[in-house]
Design a protein around this ligand. Structure first.
Ligand SMILES: CC(C)(COP(=O)(O)OP(=O)(O)OC[C@H]1O[C@@H](n2cnc3c(N)ncnc32)[C@H](O)[C@@H]1OP(=O)(O)O)[C@@H](O)C(=O)NCCC(=O)NCCS
Length: 339
């Protein structure tokens, strides 16, 4: 496959395993060292629901983009976009995305919308095409290998609401399926009806559940109303003194830690949170972190990326006070466009 474009010297081809080094050579420094592609590249090539493409100029790799088909094949999620530093600012990103959209329209007519996730302040040209569906606060910290134990102890001392700790359970496949089937829990907890896991926005289609269950994601859920006697409409007082109604329940997804280019022996742990109760948010961060740390190879450290409702930014930040902050992005935005 090879499509010439108006840039007569740029063509698009399917990415292959042999292109790994070339793709890495255009990826230096991306996402402040948090790039997922070095770890995921080969798995992406093997994923039957994903297509991966390169932009080439005079035989050299100058760009990469991919899409994965989700929501029963009706949505394509664009992911992994990058352009070689020496080719930036010349419209290559627009061309490779246009190539993907053209491919979707000609080869996948059942795809009705395209989604992508971006950091804060996406270019105006992107916002002109895509609608913002939802956004979340991002807090990120670096925990070196020799500080993992003391960090967990520190967070334990800050998470001291026993009632709220009691209501937490790790969900198995059956319970996750039930969560997908209960429209009420979805509507309440998932902004825009989307479950965003490790930067991927999924609708709550059962077909996506299979995709999610293939990964070793840790699903945690806290249900209000059990032993604590709280109900969906219960009110609580925030640290700022305001009275606020909290959503029923709190869900978090911990993506199994994977190595990132930031430094040798540094793994990335994403914790995606759904709900707006700050106490539950703290319990979930702590419990997800404990499980994440158990999955780490000996002697490795973590960058922990926490994604939470914007109203939780301050409280999640307070929980992490004293840890090494690491700026990755400030906000996570989900964008969507009908095609
Ligand atoms: C962001 C990046 C891909 C932009 O590439 P570029 O070729 O220099 O972009 P240009 O400004 O020349 O291209 C402009 C076109 O690309 C699109 N574009 C630019 N940045 C974009 C972004 N972050 N996301 C989506 N589209 C983008 C513009 O909408 C425009 O499209 P149009 O021509 O259809 O209007 C490039 O700077 C890069 O590789 N950065 C590092 C990786 C990264 O930050 N990726 C962000 C996506 S997660």
């Amino acid at each position: 496959m090879s499509n010439e474009t108006s840039f007569s010297h740029i063509n698009f081809v399917a990415a292959t395993a042999e292109d790994y080094e070339d793709v890495m050579s255009i990826s230096g420094g991306i996402y402040n060292g948090m790039d997922y592609l070095p770890f995921k590249y080969h798995a992406w090539l093997k994923d039957p629901q994903r297509r991966t493409y390169l932009a080439k100029c005079e035989g050299k790799v100058v760009g990469f983009e991919s899409f994965i088909l989700v929501d029963d094949g009706t949505t394509a999620v664009l992911e992994g976009l990058r352009v070689a530093p020496w080719m930036r600012g010349r419209g290559v990103a627009g061309l490779i995305q246009k190539f993907c959209l053209d491919t979707l329209q000609s080869n996948y007519p059942e795809v009705k919308r395209v989604r992508m996730t971006r950091a804060e302040n996406p270019p105006a040209s992107v916002l002109a095409k895509y609608k913002v569906i939802s956004s979340k606060a991002v807090v990120s910290v670096l925990i070196p290998a020799d500080q993992l134990d003391t960090t967990i102890k520190l967070l334990e001392s800050r998470v001291n609401n026993l009632d709220k700790s009691k209501n937490l359970s790790v969900l198995g496949a059956e319970e996750i399926l039930r969560f997908f089937e209960e429209s009420k829990s979805r509507e309440d907890l998932l902004p825009g009806g989307l479950i965003v896991q490790g930067w991927h926005p999924f609708g709550t289609h059962k077909s996506n559940l299979n995709l999610l269950l293939k990964q070793k994601i840790v699903w945690m859920y806290s249900h209000l109303g059990d032993s604590s006697g709280l109900t969906a409409s219960s009110k609580a007082t925030t640290t700022s003194g305001d009275s606020q109604a909290y959503l029923e329940g709190f869900l978090s997804l911990g993506t199994p830690p994977f190595p990132v280019p930031l430094a040798e022996g540094i793994y990335r742990l994403d914790i995606d949170m759904f709900g707006n109760d700050p106490f539950y948010a703290k319990v979930h961060v702590l419990e997800q972190l404990k499980i994440g740390v158990q999955a780490l190879p000996a002697g490795t450290g973590l960058v922990c990326l926490l994604f939470a409702d914007e109203s939780l930014r301050t409280e999640v930040g307070q929980l992490c006070e004293g840890l090494t902050p690491l700026y990755v992005v400030k906000e996570q935005m989900i964008l969507e466009m009908e095609i």
